[in-house]
Design a protein around this ligand. Structure first.
Ligand code: GRG
Length: 291
């Protein structure tokens, strides 16, 4: 993703994260190092970007959502650390670097994930009200918690690990929770903190739902057609782990066709708004992404 505005949002996120992340020579320095290692490992900052772009589209400064954008990235990073653990996907590489447990050991990696998850709620509650009214902040915290937990991302992860996913409908429902829940919450929180009405919140929700599925389809395609160099992790892991994906269930061509339909629906969801250029461009960039 080379566009300047994308790099701009990523930099705003990095700078704010630096402000909020713990560091120093405390007794728990090893934990801080593990948390910082993964959060500053070079992620795309997609979820904060969606939140900030939503605020901007609705005429608010991006600062309005900044504590929540950082909280969301902390939750996303915790999920990746835990997803890579031997008890889950047992991966050695993430974002082009050895996974957290490979560097710091399993116990510290688990605790770094736990600490990022709780830090997220600390930052949202402590700093959210510096930029938005407290009733909106409380609502946003509730959306964040629901999206990250048993009715959202963690619920989707459990389905992925333990349930047989045999058709496209089941696959879509699993990803709607595992990957989609916090992508949707990113847009919805951006809208809520920006004072959107219910029609606008629903439209953003629909944009993110469709974008999230298109994003996941690209992830499945890249696992077959991508390169380890750009992805920063080995390709072919889905086939190796016998995982059902959009590609295994319907083939590359059909997966690409489906992806285009979801992108179209995402863009249609934006029709009620003005200033949709960035969110619309984000759709195209995610489909063309190589990492
Ligand atoms: C362990 C509770 C728990 C949940 C894990 C989201 C998830 C659930 C695991 C990630 C598995 C995975 C690789 C899913 C594919 C889509 C995805 C979320 C990719 C990683 O997100 P990006 O591409 O990553 O936004 P960066 O590194 O750019 O932040």
């Amino acid at each position: 993703m080379k566009n300047d505005f994308i790099a701009g949002y990523a930099k705003i996120t990095e700078d704010a994260l630096k402000k909020y992340m713990p560091e120093g020579d405390a007794a728990q320095k090893k934990l801080y190092d593990a948390m910082n290692y993964s959060i500053f490992a070079g992620g795309k900052r997609l979820r904060p970007m969606i939140m900030m772009m939503t605020a901007k589209m609705l005429g608010k400064p991006v600062d309005t959502v900044l504590p929540f954008a950082c909280a969301m990235e902390m939750i996303h990073t915790y999920s990746l650390i835990h997803d890579d653990l031997p008890a889950m996907d047992n991966d050695d590489l993430r974002r082009g670097k050895p996974t957290n447990h490979k560097v710091f050991g399993e116990a510290t990696a688990i605790l770094a994930g736990d600490a990022l998850l709780t830090k997220a709620f600390e930052i949202a509650a402590k700093y959210g009200t510096e930029y938005a009214d407290s009733d909106k902040v409380v609502k946003a915290i509730s959306i964040l918690a629901e999206a990250a937990g048993s009715e959202g991302m963690v619920g989707g992860q459990v389905i992925d690990i333990f349930a047989e996913v045999e058709d496209l409908e089941q696959l879509k429902n699993m990803h709607a929770l595992k990957t989609g829940a916090i992508i949707r919450a990113s847009g919805v929180i951006g809208a809520v903190l920006s004072g959107a009405d219910s029609e606008q919140i629903n439209a953003i929700d629909s944009y993110c739902y469709n974008l999230g599925i298109a994003f996941q389809i690209q992830d499945d395609i890249l696992d077959v057609l991508g390169s380890e160099e750009s992805l920063g992790k080995p390709i072919g892991s889905d086939a190796e782990n016998n995982k059902s994906t959009y590609v295994t269930l319907c083939g590359i061509d059909e997966a690409e066709k489906l992806q285009k339909e979801y992108i179209k629906k995402a863009k249609e969801s934006l029709e009620i708004f003005e200033n949709t250029e960035e969110l619309s461009l984000l759709c195209d960039m995610l489909v063309n992404r190589k990492a």
